[in-house]
Ligand binder design. Sequence first.
Ligand SMILES: C[S@@+](CC[C@H](N)C(=O)[O-])C[C@H]1O[C@@H](n2cnc3c(N)ncnc32)[C@H](O)[C@@H]1O
Length: 155
Amino acid sequence: MRLALFQPDIPQNLGATVRLCACLGVPLDVIEPCGFPLSDKALKRAAMDYGAAAELTRHDSWGAFLSAPERAAGRLVLFTTKGAQPYVDFGFQRGDTLLFGRESAGVPDEVHAAAEGRLVIPICPETRSLNVVTAAAMALGEALRQLRPRGADLR
Ligand SMILES: C[S@@+](CC[C@H](N)C(=O)[O-])C[C@H]1O[C@@H](n2cnc3c(N)ncnc32)[C@H](O)[C@@H]1O
């Protein structure tokens, strides 16, 4: 199981996602360009000391991500407010990469079309969307609940 962020806009969200992935032992793919300069210093500041514990791979573009060794196997599962399938009804698999869109605009049609699953976290109709890190934490919580036996080493 991997987690991928498509062109994140907000450094604090990237930092919180790095921490989430470090704590849960889930590798993180960052698909650039980001909406902010992603220097090693900025990353260290946003992720605090969790950067060292995280397995993070940077990809220059969507195309580079698709042809990266990390994408060689496994399904791409997009979380989107436009998804038709509730995430708790989806059967997650170990090789899945859970993909999240950018804070300002989600993902373009090309990315939407490339996903093998398009999942929604149902929310109240009068609201627009969850924070991307909140959505990622809920998604990983459900995927890991399905896949990791109780008490198993998270790595
Ligand atoms: C702030 S939201 C993006 C909002 C954007 N205006 C849109 O309509 O996609 C950032 C990302 O969090 C995830 N997300 C937020 N709320 C979600 C929900 N209810 N269901 C599924 N994914 C969600 C998606 O990956 C989304 O691209």
